[in-house]
Ligand binder design. Sequence first.
Ligand code: SAH
Length: 289
Amino acid sequence: MGLGPTKRIGDWLEAGQQTTGFARLDSEGFPAFEPGWVWLVGAGPGAPGLMSLLCYHALQTCDVVVYDALVNPDILRWVKVGAELEYAGKRGGKPSPTQKDITHRLIDLARAGKRVLRLKGGDPFMFGRGGEECQHLALAAVPFRIVPGITSGIGGLAYAGMPATHRDTNHSVIFLTGHDATGSMPANVNWAAIAKASPVIVMYMALKHLGEISAALMAGGRDGDDPVTIVSNASMPHQQAAQTTLAEAGAFIAAQDPPTPAIIVVGRAADWRNLLDWYKGPLRENPIG
Ligand code: SAH
């Protein structure tokens, strides 16, 4: 039995209108990427197929892309021919550009009349310093648009068969960073409150301090048997997921040295992996996702 009345796609198309393929999107009236604007865009966690249509449109209409290390290079193959690519991440040995350098560069490019695509991994406002960049654009009166992306803390879980929420087990979820601006374990986080607040805790940039973080969560009353899942290179063919417990997590990281980038999930969302771990075998052969 169907869930409602059935309509057929195409019934309302005019004669000759394209009904299939990406070309169909060209007539849809996407917002114009105007010269002098910066679009701050999330590319998603890795798999190119997880980008939004607005992200794709921006790749196709920009003059310059300023991209981060976490952006999958496969995504850059879809940039318009002739556009410039500028890398804003760490470059072999040399110090990475500071946040200030990047912000200045965005402002300069926009003032030079370019359509500037600032491309970030995941979602630009999830631990990506997108807020800081936007703040400076706003203060410099550079017009901008924000295009959200699928954050690794949600998309990465989906690719590892872990629903971030589930009516039976995961009533809420917390996202936090394992790093503060100085690179230390964040001091201004109430670990005891976090430990008790939510069945699922999703941590970004937390591999380095996982031992300390786990200790703080256990000191706050979190069970040492709670599962910890480490998902590396989420949504990419070389995705890897490792399983440990809160009590063992520090030693596990020291011994196994899981690949980065990695998202860390504390909680029983891991149990769903037995049933829902779908990204396997031939499904991994397609680099689009
Ligand atoms: N804005 C990004 C996060 C930037 S912070 C987002 O929304 O996803 C960088 C951290 O993101 C990494 O240290 C890692 O914890 C996580 N991350 C980003 N991409 C990832 C991926 N493909 N797999 C696993 N973790 C990822």
